[in-house]
Design a protein around this ligand. Structure first.
Ligand SMILES: [Ca+2]
Ligand SMILES: [Ca+2]
Ligand SMILES: [Ca+2]
Length: 158
């Protein structure tokens, strides 16, 4: 299973392999401009400017591996956290009938019963096996977050 940092590092290395012509692990404006021209990027000078604006954090005119890594990690972490927030909201909305920010086994069974599932207990059991880490038959917000993070990390491998 990959973590976000694994994925980011892999991507940064791929990017460096493409752009870093002199292999010194940092990108000069010339290297990036050169690459943009070769690959037919529109308005390459402007594209270089915006890339350096985003990635050259210490504004020394070079983009280092660490700078790219940090930037990507920030972007990806935000994306992942947004996705986790959405999962939490969606699961609570679906199952937390009494709105106490916890999902009980009974609430889930009731949900599937109302949805006319032929096996509401079985559906609930599967859901709890996935999410209820401490097996107390209650799904808490932090358990949903952990679950969502696990699913997200699995997705990174695809
Ligand atoms: Ca370089
Ligand atoms: Ca820099
Ligand atoms: Ca629990």
């Amino acid at each position: 299973m990959s973590t976000l940092s694994d994925v980011v590092l892999r991507e940064v290395k791929e990017m460096m392999a493409k752009y870093d012509t002199d292999k010194n692990n940092e990108l000069s404006r010339e290297e990036v401009l050169d690459r943009f021209r070769k690959t037919g990027v529109k308005n390459p000078e402007q594209a270089v400017d915006s890339m350096f604006n985003a990635l050259d954090t210490n504004k020394d005119g070079k983009i280092t591996l660490a700078e790219v890594e940090e930037h990507k990690l920030k972007v990806y972490t935000k994306k992942r956290d947004d996705s986790i927030r959405k999962d939490v909201a969606a699961i609570l909305k679906q199952y937390d009938a009494n709105g106490d920010k916890q999902v009980t086994y009974e609430e889930v069974v009731e949900h599937f019963r109302k949805a006319n599932s032929p096996y509401p207990e079985l559906n609930a059991k599967f859901l709890f096996e996935e999410i209820d880490t401490n097996n107390d038959k209650k799904i808490t917000v932090s358990e949903i977050k952990e679950y969502s993070k696990r699913v997200y990390n699995l997705m990174l491998d695809q």
